[in-house]
Ligand binder design. Sequence first.
Ligand SMILES: Cc1cc2nc3c(=O)[nH]c(=O)nc-3n(C[C@H](O)[C@H](O)[C@H](O)COP(=O)(O)OP(=O)(O)OC[C@H]3O[C@@H](n4cnc5c(N)ncnc54)[C@H](O)[C@@H]3O)c2cc1C
Ligand code: SF4
Ligand code: SF4
Length: 374
Amino acid sequence: MALEKPQWTELFHEVVTSGLCTGCAACVVACPHDVLDYTTAEGAYKPFHLDVDGDAENCTHGEKGCTMCTRACPRFRNWETEIDQHRFGRERTDEEVFGVGDVILARSSDAAVRDQGQDGGFVSTLLIYALEHDLIDAALVSGLEGDGTTWRAEPRVASTREEVLETAKSRYTYSANLLAYPQAVERGAERIALVGTGCMVSAPGAMQSRKAGKIARRLSLTVGLLCSKTFDDSLFEEYFEAQYGIARRDIAKINIKGLFQIWTHDGSYHEVPLKGAHAFTREGCTHCPDFAAEHADISAGGIGAYSDWTLVIVRTDIGRELVAALQNEGLIETRPGDDDPGAVALLHKLARLSRKRWPETAVPGPRRLPVSSS
Ligand SMILES: Cc1cc2nc3c(=O)[nH]c(=O)nc-3n(C[C@H](O)[C@H](O)[C@H](O)COP(=O)(O)OP(=O)(O)OC[C@H]3O[C@@H](n4cnc5c(N)ncnc54)[C@H](O)[C@@H]3O)c2cc1C
Ligand code: SF4
Ligand code: SF4
């Protein structure tokens, strides 16, 4: 990137309109001139250039040499190789289909946190520990708007135990948590954790490897969530309500374990097939090759035989130190990944399936697979 200065025009054509854009919003929050915005209207989940200092395809700041949006984008050109090199000092091998890292199973030792969490409450335990031990000032997470009855996910800042627990559990519609970054900075945060799906948590690595300045330094911890797709918000009315009579306001919790598990406030439990929901998959997910949030410090998921445990992939030194600290303080219980060979096999399978979605016309790295499974 030294001689050429790729900017919004290149990003617009090569990522935003080519099908590679995941809607992570990294370009929007990295733009120092505030000329990018973000829309979820009609299921878009995409950045766009405001009609000032340029137009939809052109940016006058880019023409003058600003490259911040392409530095931030975790789908621009050789993103996977560049971020692998930066984070792990090497590229992943073909066998490391879910990225670099070791699998363990973990859950909070505190039954109340487990109860609040989606699976084992591991992510919330980690965030609370990092906040209370002054390792981070804030975390970018996902909450539900208003009183929660609309089930509309919104990016939020959590800087206390209460805010972490209020925003625990999973929403399966997209939440571009990076959009809460300006709010965290307004609160004075300098060390910020990002929680998010793989597409989002590759952004700090992209920013750091391409030297995107302050934002790259501030995003100092990344917690990834395993993910094979997110849905458009219309899923609620057009699928859950229209076909199964389950209204948004009645839903207490949703999980996915091969199907939608839906608990409602009246105490009942419903199972809804995943198959019928495919039509509501966000466009940004259809070419996503990263099931396992491969560039996070720690990735977390819910696959496996033990429903109240979180499957955790520990990837970096920061991740290893945090897990060791949580163990030493007795805040989590852990067991080896080998305790659930089915979960590890499923992790490999789902990671392989996602890699095959990366278009053959784009750079080849993310499609690379072990010869035995390609
Ligand atoms: C959209 C989505 C898809 C997922 N798909 C899979 C999957 O296919 N297979 C699998 O094994 N696991 C998947 N997960 C991960 C799983 O649901 C749990 O998040 C994970 O196991 C951690 O559980 P926990 O109890 O440790 O987390 P908790 O302690 O409950 O913390 C969860 C954290 O995730 C944040 N969060 C919630 N919803 C979103 C969202 N939409 N976007 C960004 N951040 C969010 C919360 O704010 C909270 O900080 C997915 C999660 C999400 C959000
Ligand atoms: S993938 Fe993210 S950073 Fe790249 S163009 Fe899309 S929203 Fe912007
Ligand atoms: S599948 Fe998940 S990680 Fe990939 S683009 Fe969609 S939301 Fe992001």
